[in-house]
Design a binder for this molecule. Structure first.
Ligand SMILES: [Fe+2]
Length: 389
């Protein structure tokens, strides 16, 4: 038995106006300070239906939100009693809003105990609308929520099928002023979702087409958008592609690049969109060193017009293509280029490897690394070396 889940998706110009049709009585806004200061929260509020009352705002979600942020937001929601929660932001905001929502509906739960197995019984109190302001995380289309446990410097992949947003609204106006460096980070994260969603062992016939389409759109559009950063059309295409990739990997799974990126980001506080895409070519190198009967690089490489007569050739060309794309975008190609001193990297190796090994995404690739392989992979990624595994 398998599921395909999707929010209702409203996209394109003037999508925000759809809000006036939603029967919102008591709205609770979740966002961050920068977006509130940039006027994006106000843009959304201006489109709420007449009867809607704003009963609370939590515009202080930090990058990589902690378990405590989720608990605080839920506590405020318990007093405010919203019937709709509006998450306005990137993945951090939307993930935090999902966790706040769960804890608001289920105050008996601990934040770190949110899991995909339990029946939560959400939507007795509220529903969730996600309004993404980046072009990457896809959180508006998935039921995952990543929270940080600061005591252990660890990112926790939590979530439950029930916390998929009810509605995702993709209005291009929400990404028009997204700064170019964040646009690049998040678009490359979305590309990683598309590639890992297509190649993970949980791929399926419903997610495949979405992942391929998203990969094609991002590879075609991102360089154009970087050359012409004010183009609304390119930005809208990337915004749509990110949600398509979100639907794709959200109904499949991400894989090893996410497992390693979460581990590195949790310890060294590196942005998700820098760490995860950086690892992707190394994890392709690693997968190519295993059996090729379940890898799926040929359709992806062919889509990008790369030579792909065998899985080996396709995967190797895809990894080269990704390294070149990231270099062209000015992205770091190694852990050293992220500015992490070697002694600090080595001092944290055992925690890095341990956290990557325990990340739920790590086991979703076609080749699952053991501890020594993960150390080798991290060291190769530190030095920017392509090695044969
Ligand atoms: Fe991601």
């Amino acid at each position: 038995m398998w599921f395909f889940s999707s929010p209702a998706i409203v996209f394109g110009e003037s999508s925000l106006s759809y809000l006036s049709q939603v029967p919102i009585q008591r709205a609770y806004i979740v966002s961050d300070a920068n977006l509130a200061a940039a006027g994006l929260v106000k843009k959304v509020i201006d489109h709420l239906p007449e009867q809607a009352q704003i009963v609370g705002e939590y515009c202080a979600v930090e990058p990589d939100p902690t378990l405590e942020t989720a608990v605080q937001g839920a506590r405020l929601m318990l007093d405010a009693r919203p019937d709709w929660i509006l998450a306005i932001g990137g993945g951090s905001v939307i993930d935090a809003a999902k966790a706040m929502w769960i804890l608001y509906e289920r105050p008996d739960m601990q934040a770190d105990a949110i899991n995909p197995v339990e029946v939560l019984g959400l939507r007795k109190k509220a529903r969730l609308i996600a309004l993404p302001t980046t072009v990457g995380t896809g959180s508006e289309a998935t039921w995952a929520t990543v929270l940080t446990d600061p005591r252990e410097n660890r990112k926790l992949g939590l979530g439950n099928r029930e916390c998929l947003p009810d509605i995702a609204i993709l209005d291009p106006i929400m990404v028009q002023s997204l700064p170019l460096p964040i646009l690049i980070d998040t678009a490359l994260d979305a590309l990683t979702h598309a590639i890992e969603g297509y190649t993970s062992t949980w791929h399926n016939v419903f997610s495949d087409g979405l992942c391929l389409k998203a990969a094609e759109m991002i590879c075609a559009t991102l360089p154009c958008c970087v050359s012409d950063p004010n183009s609304t059309d390119y930005r809208a295409d990337l915004q749509n592609a990110a949600t398509i990739a979100g639907l794709g990997f959200g109904n499949s799974m991400a894989a090893l690049a996410h497992g390693m990126g979460h581990a590195l980001g949790g310890i060294f506080h590196i942005a998700h969109g820098k760490a995860v895409p950086m690892f992707l070519p190394y994890t392709i190198d690693y997968s190519l060193g295993g059996e090729h009967d379940s890898t799926r690089y040929r359709p992806l490489a062919a889509l990008l017009s790369l030579p792909a007569s065998t899985e080996q050739e396709a995967g190797a060309n895809l990894a080269v293509y990704l390294r070149e794309l990231m270099s062209m975008m000015g992205q770091p190609g190694s852990i050293a280029e992220l500015g992490i001193p070697r002694h600090e990297f080595e001092a944290n190796m055992s925690v890095l490897v341990d956290n990557a090994l325990n990340d739920t995404q790590t086991i979703m690739g076609t080749r699952i690394p053991d501890l020594p392989d993960l150390e080798k992979l991290f060291r190769a990624a530190y030095d920017g070396r392509r090695i044969d595994f």
